[in-house]
Design a protein. Structure first.
Length: 414
């Protein structure tokens, strides 16, 4: 019995050892080889695997008759390149997509829609058999918007394919991702403000005569040309002169010329002269209230009332009503004239002398246009030796023109 027990104990130990050896062997088989500098580690995961894009599917197809054209629409699950091809019986659309929708019935220029495999694998060709020759006016993929999926849209019009305005027979592949939205047309820019400069006097009317013998007509023309030069140099204004040479223009014709040119501002330039040689300095005139009332009454009594105010025909109105309407326009114009006069006074170069109370009003005929803001600038007194010398100086002209330019910029909000 003792021998039997010893044999059983030996067998049990052998079985245990075999189990240990088997377990170790299995562990060795399951464990990866040791990582060394010479053994590259290769990893793979679902996230790093290349994901093929889902194929485009055509979810709906329809035709629409719009009278002058027939529209073919495909609703897509995603945008896809396409090609438009001319067929013997009409036109075809080739696209990399699968058809999940029923083909639409005949409508407009299309007698039937059929489908067949495309030239390339995975492509299909939708053939539109038409009632006659057609032109493709439009073919594009519209990106998703307003809750709608991507849509392929093609417009057909009657006519020989490839002829007529907008027609074509073959369209290179395109997709929603490459189509650019149409560039909106730029709104036309408003015209630049028109400044009309009026050099006082001219021709047989020399104006005042300076102590040194210079004529007012020459001084005002030289100043007008310098002001025109500076205004045009900004590129912000259009400029016209009532005269650009030594000619006579009647007073009433000067504001009329300004209105003809569509003036936004009228500046009349003068240089006064008086018996007292101690008076000097600049002053700025606008039309007086009394002169405005009298002018409105005169305009209302004229035969050519139709253009008394731009854009308003007064010929059908009574004289009283016309006078009131012209007076209203005149008052608004007068307010704008005063605003510019104040800006000019503030913009003057400090070296330019001014009269006491330089903002004044009078019934100057050149200021009577009812719809054009206007000022008359008495630049100084030719009867004063210093004013006369300055008004004949290029440097002073540039300073004076620069002051006027600053006022014009302020008036137009520059």
């Amino acid at each position: 019995m003792a021998q039997i027990g010893a044999i059983q104990a030996l067998a049990a130990r052998s079985v245990s050892k075999v189990r240990v050896l088997l377990t170790a062997a299995l562990l060795c088989l399951a464990a990866p080889p040791p990582v060394t500098a010479q053994t590259p580690v290769q990893t793979a995961s679902v996230a790093s695997a290349r994901v093929m894009p889902e194929a485009t599917r055509i979810a709906a197809a329809r035709l629409g008759d719009h009278g002058d054209k027939t529209r073919f629409v495909l609703e897509l699950t995603r945008d896809a390149p396409f090609t438009i091809l001319a067929e013997a019986t009409g036109v075809a659309v080739e696209m990399e997509a699968a058809l999940d929708a029923a083909l639409p019935p005949a409508k407009g220029l299309v007698r039937a829609v059929s489908v067949r495999p495309g030239v390339r694998a995975g492509h299909l060709r939708l053939v539109l058999t038409t009632t006659g020759p057609v032109r493709v006016l439009l073919a594009e993929v519209i990106p998703p918007r307003d809750g709608m999926p991507p849509r392929f849209v093609m417009d057909l019009a009657a006519g020989q394919s490839g002829s007529g305005t907008g027609g074509f027979s073959v369209l290179t592949p395109a997709s929603a991702s490459t189509l650019k939205p149409p560039v909106p047309k730029e709104k036309p820019k408003p015209p630049l403000p028109m400044i009309v400069i009026d050099p006082g006097h001219g021709g047989q009317d020399p104006g005042a005569i300076a102590v040194g013998g210079a004529f007012e007509k020459d001084i005002t023309l030289a100043m007008a040309k310098e002001l025109r030069r500076q205004l045009l140099a900004t590129g912000r204004y259009r400029v016209a002169l009532t005269r650009d040479r030594d000619v006579f223009i009647p007073l009433r014709d000067r504001p009329a010329l300004a209105r003809t040119k569509g003036a936004d501002l009228f500046i009349s330039l003068h240089a006064d002269s008086i018996t007292s040689r101690q008076v000097r300095g600049l002053s700025i005139y606008t039309l007086s209230e009394k002169a405005s009332d009298r002018e409105a009454e005169m305009l209302a009594q004229r035969e050519n009332q139709s253009d008394a105010i731009v854009g308003m025909d007064l010929s059908v109105q009574s004289a009283d009503i016309a006078s009131i309407l012209i007076g209203m326009s005149q008052r608004d114009t007068l307010n704008q004239s005063r605003r510019f006069a104040s800006l000019l006074l503030k913009s003057l170069d400090p070296s330019i002398a001014v009269l006491p109370g330089p903002l004044r009003s009078a019934g100057f005929a050149v200021l009577t246009a009812p719809d054009v803001p206007a000022v008359l600038v008495e630049m100084g007194y030719l009867s004063h030796s210093q004013d006369a010398k300055l008004l004949g100086s290029d440097a002073h002209r540039k300073r004076m023109a620069g002051s006027l330019l600053r006022a014009v910029d302020g008036y137009f909000g520059r």
